[in-house]
Design a protein around this ligand. Sequence first.
Ligand SMILES: Cc1ncc(COP(=O)(O)O)c(C=O)c1O
Length: 380
Amino acid sequence: MSKFIPYGRQCVDESDIKAVVDVLRSDWLTTGPTVDAFEKAVADFVGAEFSVAVSSGTAALHTAMYALGIGPGDEVIVPAMTFASTANAVAFQCATPVFCDVDVDTLLIDAGLIKTKITARTKAIIAVDYAGQPCDYDALRKIADKNNLVLVADASHSIGAEYKGRKVGTLADLNVFSFHPVKHITTGEGGMVVTDNPDYSRRMTVFRNHCITTDHRQRAEKGSWFYEMVDLGYNYRITDFQCALGMSQLKKLPGWIKRRQEIASRYDRAFDGLSDVKPLAVASNVSHVYHLYVVKLRNIERDKVFSFLRTAGVGVNVHYIPVHLHPFYRERFGTKEGLCPVAEAEYERILSLPMFPALTNEDVDMVVSSVRKAVSQHTI
Ligand SMILES: Cc1ncc(COP(=O)(O)O)c(C=O)c1O
């Protein structure tokens, strides 16, 4: 095989490497000024007031759940079609994730179904901007306000996206980003929560540092050794050199988003006449930033197409197994088939095609012609 195109991949250039090396030569490797600078840069980019950087998107979700005081006996509504972390963050706090089915065309949480999931124990909704398309936040806000729930956005896929001209990062009470290498910008591992709420921000800043009220730099500046741990927290800190990478990457984000959108348009045009390969629907009032480019296959065995494409050098993937079908959730929470029938059925038909800014038009055309071949050979 001459070339393998992965489904996603980071872009790291010499300017990123220099930014990291500069910080490695500085006094602060963690809890230093580059963490603050990255937090401010992301907050400014999305137009949010506060931001708390942590060691992963998963840690960011957990930190958000802590900020809300989610605990035993509480329920949080999450979509079935997401990465496990969205629900895990609820389980970390010994609360119950309540799975809601998704819209058949977009695979975003089905706002119309949420009210059937609300009980006296429900405290929050976590919406997931699956693939990079913002959810219908006006509808979600209405439901949240009417039922006194907090709205959290798992925006791990959607930094830079917009809903009705408003930026992701400002659409929910707490908004979570991931900086894993396949995401729009990377810090290696990393995540962030942005919010306009100062109380949430304070709670999250303390939680990521063991729930100790001061960090190392604050004590150094005060010439003090004294600290107290006020609750059970975690070490979810991110390092300064990771944040240096993040700052350097953030400068390139608008260009990368534009390229992802161009690639998506090229795929869209190519699949326009192919009735058995259907891209997910995109709402007319959003700017979709395409973390993933997902198609649904009709009259074709997905797993055969998957194997064919992998053998042809096309790194396709499947996002996601509906979370309630994972053994942990079945065993701990008693979830099973039939709970979210749309997510379960669509899971069998979806395929994520390669999507990252460094893909050339020739790469995209090669993926398209391989998909055409796969479809012609595996039509049922
Ligand atoms: C929707 C969603 N939420 C949360 C996460 C977790 O992010 P991380 O890998 O940075 O922990 C991911 C990562 O893939 C994700 O796709």
